[in-house]
Design a protein around this ligand. Sequence first.
Ligand code: ATP
Ligand code: MG
Length: 227
Amino acid sequence: MIYFKNVSKIYPPDVVAVKDVHLKIEPGEMVSIVGQSGAGKTTLVKLLIAEERPSKGRIQIGDWDITNIKVSEIPILRRQIGVIFQDFKLLPKKTIFENVAFALEVCGAPDSRIKKIVPQILEIVGLEKKMHRYPDEISGGEQQRVVIARSLVHAPKIVIADEPSGNLDAINTDEIVSIFKKINELGTTVLLVTHNREMVNALRRRVVTIDRGSVSNDQAEGNFIRQ
Ligand SMILES: Nc1ncnc2c1ncn2[C@@H]1O[C@H](COP(=O)(O)OP(=O)(O)OP(=O)(O)O)[C@@H](O)[C@H]1O
Ligand SMILES: [Mg+2]
């Protein structure tokens, strides 16, 4: 369970980015987080991965209170959460296989394990046949799928995508939606931060709307609501 308990975040000196957020997300849920630009969505993501600290309130993942998490424990937290940020970057001189493998190599995974896991993960996103290509030899949507694959290498309990469909067109939106559904069906909690109304409506899952730092709407199987 992800639990934000009356969380506020004030960036110095006085920017109130998140205000009194009270939010519970059960294991295995798939939730869209929507809201206008500047509403505080990315700040919520950063609080969850301890890239920022709350100014007030508590944050828990399961029984683990990460409000005052020690710096030495942050890597343990990050391995449990796969994050896909909007400004994704692939390493241009590495193949698709190598880009995904890299996330395992830096953690000291043995070659045999890498050779086994990477093709399995690339199959989830439908790119196993293109794994020896370089990023500039695949489409923008396929590059996005590589980034999703990369977030899965540690078999995280939670996957968070911050604006996963960026400027991509509707065809890619459908593909990305079906990939996240697949990841969710494997038992992973999925949080999708997005402006994409089509994607939210296609998911037919819970929608949490953030408005000026606070939860203004929380609907099971909801639709995108304009503020
Ligand atoms: N490091 C920072 N220092 C100061 N203010 C910040 C910082 N990061 C974000 N903010 C401010 O906090 C508020 C929330 O920003 P945040 O990035 O969480 O919004 P968002 O909902 O993700 O927006 P978008 O949809 O544009 O990505 C904004 O007013 C933003 O300007
Ligand atoms: Mg953002």
